[in-house]
Write a protein that binds this ligand. Structure first.
Ligand SMILES: NC(=O)c1ccc[n+]([C@@H]2O[C@H](COP(=O)([O-])OP(=O)(O)OC[C@H]3O[C@@H](n4cnc5c(N)ncnc54)[C@H](OP(=O)(O)O)[C@@H]3O)[C@@H](O)[C@H]2O)c1
Length: 257
C-alpha cells in the first residue's frame, strides 16, 4: 500500500487515472483547485472500497503545496508516488503575444511540478524509496506554432525531470516522464484543429497507468504520433519550418486556466 499524491485529479486524465491506482490498494491524495469534482471522485473511490481524500490546492502556490504535502504525510506517512499531472493549455500566438499568459502556464505546468518535487523529495530520499511521475507531452518535443508557452512548459518539465532522474540513480527514487499525444479531455475539448490519433480518456489513462506501474523512464504514446514527434525532433530547422508554415495549433477556445 503506497501513498500517492496526484495533482490535477478533478477532471480528465487525473480523474480517470485515480480509480485505476485505487484499485491496487494505494492511498490516494487527490489535489486540484475545484473541490466539488474532487469530492465526487473521492466518494466514488471510497464507495468502491478504495482509499482517497481530496485536497483543494493551487500547485502554483508554493507555500500551499508544502502545507498540503506535509499535511498528507502527517496523516498517511511519506508520499511514495508523486504524480505531477496538473496542467493548463492556452493559446499563446505571436500576434498579441501575452507574457502574463505565458507566466500562468509556466507557473502551473513547470513551477507547480517543481514545488511538489521540492516538498516530497526529501522524505523519499530519506526512505530510499519513491517514484516521481511527470505528465508531460509530445508538445514538448519541439516548439509548436501558436502554442509557444505550452510547448515550452512541457519541454521544461521533461528536462527538469530527466535531470533529476539521472541524478537520483541509485537513491531508490525513480523518475518517469510520460508524453501523451492528443487525448479527449476538457483540455482538448475546445480545440477546433484536427487532432491526429486522438485517444479516448480511458485509453490515455490506461496507457499512463501502465507506464507508471512499469516505472518507465520515458513513455510516449500513441505510437504513431510519438514516432512522428521523434522524427520531428531530428528534422533540420528549415524543413521543420516549411512543414508548419501558415499552421497554428491555437485555434481553440482557450481551455481552462
Ligand atoms: N489531453 C491531452 O491531449 C494531453 C496531452 C498531453 C499531455 N496532457 C497533460 O495531461 C495533464 C492532464 O490534462 P487533462 O488533459 O486531463 O486536462 P484537464 O481535464 O483540463 O485536467 C487538468 C487538471 O489540472 C488541474 N489544474 C489546473 N491548474 C491547476 C492548478 N493551478 N493547481 C492545481 N490543479 C490544477 C485541473 O483542476 P482544477 O481546474 O480543478 O484545478 C484538472 O484537474 C496536463 O498536464 C496536460 O498538459 C494532456
Amino acid at each position: 500500500m503506497a501513498v500517492v499524491f496526484l495533482t490535477g485529479a478533478s477532471s480528465g486524465l487525473g480523474a480517470a487515472l485515480a480509480p485505476l491506482l485505487a484499485a491496487d490498494g494505494d492511498v490516494l491524495i487527490l489535489a486540484a483547485r475545484r473541490e466539488a469534482p474532487l469530492r465526487a471522485l473521492t466518494e466514488r473511490i471510497c464507495a468502491a472500497g478504495g482509499q482517497a481524500e481530496a485536497v483543494v490546492l493551487d500547485v502554483g502556490d508554493r507555500a500551499a503545496v508544502f502545507a498540503a504535502i506535509q499535511a498528507a504525510e502527517a496523516r498517511h506517512g511519506a508520499v511514495e508516488t508523486l504524480i505531477l499531472n496538473a496542467g493548463i493549455s492556452r493559446p499563446t500566438p505571436a500576434s498579441g503575444f501575452d507574457g502574463a499568459r505565458v507566466e500562468q502556464i509556466i507557473r502551473t505546468n513547470v513551477l507547480g511540478a517543481a514545488y511538489c518535487v521540492e516538498a516530497a523529495l526529501p522524505a523519499m530520499r530519506a526512505r530510499g524509496k519513491g517514484h516521481i511521475v511527470g505528465i508531460s507531452s509530445l508538445a514538448g518535443y519541439r516548439g509548436l506554432p501558436g502554442s509557444a508557452a505550452y510547448s515550452a512548459s512541457k519541454a521544461a518539465l521533461t528536462n527538469l525531470l530527466e535531470s533529476l532522474r539521472v541524478e537520483l540513480q541509485g537513491t531508490g527514487v525513480d523518475v518517469s516522464v510520460i508524453c501523451p499525444g492528443f487525448i479527449k479531455t476538457p483540455l482538448t475539448d475546445t480545440n477546433t484543429f484536427k487532432m491526429p490519433f486522438l485517444m479516448e480518456t480511458a485509453d490515455g489513462a490506461a496507457a499512463i497507468y501502465a507506464a507508471i506501474r512499469a516505472r518507465r523512464r520515458h513513455a510516449a504514446f500513441p505510437w504513431q504520433l510519438a514516432s512522428l514527434a521523434r522524427l520531428g525532433r531530428v528534422l533540420p530547422h528549415g524543413l521543420y519550418d516549411r512543414i508548419f508554415k501558415g499552421r497554428r495549433l491555437d485555434k481553440h477556445g482557450g481551455g481552462r486556466g
